[in-house]
Design a binder for this molecule. Structure first.
Ligand code: COI
Length: 355
């Protein structure tokens, strides 16, 4: 498919990359493509980054028919730009599309859009330590219609923003609150997808946690309110008695994270025993109390590998690993970021060069 490119006449000034906030600054261009029933996806184009025009009745605004992804472009020491496992994001976006009744985006067009946009925006890929270009593909239902059914018209877009670390703590341990009232997702629902509604449902608990000084909420399952699921911005992993334990994906209410998958592969290759299974909050708290919980961390594209230094549940707080980053967490962080930034070889073929 031929992507039409319209370059901006007024490029923006580049930010100071030593102090980049997350998700606030956007680059000069964006990718757009439309879908109309009967015609399919058409008119792929890159245009100057600018506001969209949407009908107030656009269905996404009323029924939340929206899906998205998150991946990053990294600047290597040689000045090259590369992506990390982009096909995994493309496939997951199409899994989300299937669940939300959004027409799937052809994989080859999606990949071409990513590569073309990132190459055009290559000067925006920062080189300061820990920085990258965050890439946000998303698709929305645009039909002006009040009435609930799958839309017939969609807009697919990709925007990009240079970012520093997602948490203000950086690689330092974050404080996590286990939520026992609200739930994020339930089996049969949309928990395994990346759709805006999952995040909207998480806001109330997130605000409450923030007021109490926590970075994020750790969700329990929606059926028993007993089993650990995920943090919302990241999957979670625990080292308990030498074994790595992480919630399994079978409930369908946990996001199949690309960083999660990559960490599992690394840990297996390092000889760790990995259990993907249900972990009850009681088991976790017991392990924290007895000292068997050696390390805990989250994994996500935005969050990378983020140590959890403290978990709180029903008024009791538990410090993990002395509130410091543990050796396995550090090794995962160093290896994963080493591969992503091209500092160490990539034996897995995860990295895709752009330019
Ligand atoms: C990501 O990790 O890329 C996400 O989409 C999570 C979001 C909360 C920034």
């Amino acid at each position: 498919m031929n992507i039409r490119i319209e370059r901006t006449a007024v490029p923006k000034a580049k930010p100071d990359t030593n102090d980049l906030p997350f998700g606030v600054l956007f680059t000069d261009h964006m990718f757009l493509m439309n879908y109309d029933k009967g015609e399919g996806w058409h008119d792929p184009r890159i245009v100057p980054y600018a506001p969209f025009t949407l009908e107030p009745a656009a269905m996404v605004l009323h029924y939340a028919q929206e899906i998205f992804e998150g991946l990053k472009a990294y600047r290597t020491a040689e000045g090259k730009v590369q992506l990390f496992r982009p096909m995994d994001n493309i496939r997951r976006m199409n899994d989300s599309a299937e669940r939300l009744c959004v027409p799937k985006i052809p994989e080859d067009v999606f990949m071409q859009a990513l590569l073309t946009l990132v190459e055009l925006e290559q000067d925006w890929v920062p080189s300061a330590e820990g920085t990258s270009l965050y890439i946000r593909p998303f698709a929305i239902a645009t039909d002006p219609h009040v009435g609930v059914h799958a839309a017939h018209h969609y807009l697919f877009s990709i925007i990009t923003c240079p970012v520093g670390s997602y948490y203000k703590e950086g690689i330092n341990p974050v404080r996590i609150l286990i939520e026992s009232q609200d739930i994020r997702a339930v089996r049969g629902g949309t928990g395994y997808t990346k759709c805006g509604g999952n995040y909207a449902a998480s806001l109330r608990a997130g605000e409450k946690a923030e007021e109490l000084g926590f970075s994020q909420v750790l969700w329990l399952d929606g059926v028993h309110k007993k089993y650990i699921e995920e943090v919302g911005s990241m999957n979670v992993m625990f080292k308990i008695n030498g074994k790595i334990v992480t919630p399994s994906l079978v409930s369908g209410s946990v996001l199949p994270g690309v960083t999660r998958r990559s960490c599992i592969q690394l840990l297996k290759d390092w000889g760790y025993e990995i259990e993907e299974r249900d972990i009850s909050v009681d088991e976790l708290i017991h392990a924290a109390e007895t000292g068997e919980l050696e390390e805990a961390w989250g994994t996500g594209t935005a969050a990378v590998v983020s140590p959890m230094g403290e978990i709180a549940y029903e008024g009791e707080s538990h410090v993990i690993c002395g509130g410091k980053i543990g050796p396995v967490t550090q090794k995962l962080y160093d290896t994963l970021t080493g591969i992503q930034w091209g500092k160490i070889p990539d034996p897995y073929g995860w990295v895709v060069p752009v330019c």
